[in-house]
Write a protein that binds this ligand. Structure first.
Ligand code: ATP
Length: 505
């Protein structure tokens, strides 16, 4: 399968089967905004639940929080997001594309390149030399580009009953001001009530460090985990839900003793790689990549990306960073609150005396939930050639989602809508639901079409009710991946589904 073709198939399947729709589609959609449909919401929730289970429920040293999306603006001032959370924005002077300089195709400065006028296929061929910045337009390949300018990625809004723009207009109306003065006054007016949508979930874990540590009597090393929405006004949104302005993250801040960061960084890289491997069909499509020293953020002393082999190439899925004591120290300094930890058992290395107060170091595994949805959809999609019961060639599309991630765990299918079969099927559905499983009762269309639909949405088991069920209390249970069926007593079928899902927990 051509790799970009795969992306088209995933987007189409997502819409057709109810995983992901374009937001506000009837009005033409809103760029890069998506709604998760009945199956997508299940898949997304299952991924988040598995992350939470492995990060929080399975451990004694990590607890969770759910912080508000809007935080005090000083949080973002202190974290550096207000001044530094920006991307280099460039305009192509040839085709007018706007793009990120750091993601543009690199071409050595001075190289002579050819490109089409206006970026049009039938445009005249032009030639130009790549200037000192060493990249070209990602769309038309032109080296004729604007200067880079920094574009802040934070979404800003205003809190309170007063509209700062109305206030500003009232104050500024009729006053003689230069363009610069006008701009400064406008900025001041807007900033006075400005709040920001969080661009990451992580900062809440730093500013709530003391509350969590003290209320839960946590001892270092310990972590605080959170999943939730984040917002970035991305210059380029791309590849469906890979990069969007509104997305969800799964982040954990693990607070450790200074000096232990190398071993904990390795530990969390291994943990997170194993987590993906546990759910993946193709483990070879996941890799760890260490950041080069010139890639490291200024506060980070080491960092790895967990990358996935997307149809367009390797790209980030999760970052695992050693963030030193940067965040806690900055927030302590700005707020005046001591964000430190006292360990009675340890000797202070500076004084050699018992009892050590220090600012913890942090290891941060930061994953994208919505990006992981895309990654597992890509990993699960498969097409299998075969023949139908009439001997005709056909292609079976199977979404080989890990059963714990699958939106529907089992489909219960009466062969016909009479002879007591629907009643029997509904009784099985009720029993499976009693065990907390999301299962589906499905009596529409031919049995072949129903199997095809459930293969395509990744339902691991189909339980079929036929005339024999009524006489012998047996059903057939069909395995999605092998498409093989076995006849078993009804109670056994329920047990198989439950045991299979629990054994994978
Ligand atoms: P990228 O290099 O792709 O822009 P990043 O390094 O800015 O990502 P982080 O700030 O480390 O990303 O965020 C942690 C994770 O959040 C990323 O690995 C990714 O999975 C997810 N993420 C970040 N930005 C977006 C976005 N705009 N849309 C979807 N997911 C995102």
């Amino acid at each position: 399968m051509e790799s970009l073709d795969l992306m088209t198939k995933i987007v189409s399947l997502c819409k057709r089967r109810g995983f992901i729709f374009q937001s506000s589609e009837i009005y033409g959609g809103l760029k890069s905004c998506y709604d998760y449909g009945p199956l997508g919401v299940e898949l997304k929730r299952n991924i988040a639940a598995e992350w939470w289970r492995s990060m929080v429920y399975k451990r004694e040293d990590v607890v969770g929080i759910d912080a508000s999306i809007m935080m005090h603006p000083k949080v973002w001032q202190t974290s550096g997001h207000l001044s530094g959370f920006s991307d280099p924005l460039v305009d192509c002077l040839n085709c007018k594309e706007r793009f990120r300089a750091d993601k543009a195709p690199k071409v050595a400065a001075g190289t002579s390149v050819t490109f089409k006028k206006g970026g049009k296929a039938n445009g005249d061929a032009l030639t130009g030399a790549v200037p000192a910045h060493g990249y070209v337009c990602p769309v038309c390949g032109s080296p004729q580009l604007s200067d880079e300018r920094q574009f802040n990625l934070m979404f800003r809004t205003n809190m309170g009953p007063v509209d700062p723009l109305s206030e500003f207009v009232r104050d500024a109306h009729g006053k003689d001001m230069t363009r610069e003065e006008f701009r400064t006054k406008l900025d001041e007016a807007v900033r006075s009530t400005a709040v920001y949508l969080r661009p990451e979930t992580a900062q809440a874990m730093f500013v709530q460090f003391l509350n969590v540590q003290q209320s839960q009597s946590m001892k270092i090393p310990f972590g605080i985990a959170q999943t939730g929405k984040s917002f970035r006004n991305e210059i380029v949104t791309e590849h469906f839900i890979f990069r969007s302005c509104e997305f969800e993250q799964m982040e954990m801040e693990f607070f450790i003793e200074p000096g232990t960061q190398n071993e904990w960084l390795k530990y969390w890289c291994d943990e997170r790689m194993n987590w993906y491997a546990n759910f993946a069909n193709k483990k070879e499509d996941f890799m760890l990549r260490r950041h080069d020293s010139d890639e490291l953020a200024h506060y980070s002393d080491d960092c790895y990306d967990i990358e996935y082999r997307y149809p367009w190439g390797w790209g980030e899925l999760e970052g695992v960073a050693s963030r030193t004591d940067y965040d806690l120290s900055r927030h302590a300094e700005a707020s005046g609150v001591k964000l430190s930890y006292f360990d009675q058992q340890k000797v202070d290395p500076a004084t050699g005396k018992p009892g050590w107060r220090y600012t913890p170091y942090v290891i941060e595994p930061a994953a994208g939930l919505t990006r992981t949805v895309l990654c597992f959809l890509l990993d699960a999609y498969s097409e299998e050639k075969g023949v139908d019961h009439e001997g005709k060639e056909k292609t079976r599309v199977v979404l080989k989602l890990h059963p714990r991630l699958a939106p529907v765990k089992a489909a219960v299918l009466p062969l016909v809508k009479k002879d007591g079969q629907p009643e029997k099927a509904r009784a099985i559905v009720a029993e499976l639901r009693r065990h907390g499983l999301n299962v589906s009762y499905d009596e529409q269309q031919s049995i072949g079409k129903r199997y095809a639909k459930h293969d395509e949405i990744g339902t691991p088991f189909c339980i079929t009710i036929d005339p024999e069920t009524i006489t012998s209390d047996t059903v057939t249970i069909r395995d999605r991946d092998s498409a093989t069926q076995v006849r078993v007593p009804t109670a056994k079928a329920i047990e198989i589904v439950r045991e299979r899902l629990e054994s994978l927990a």
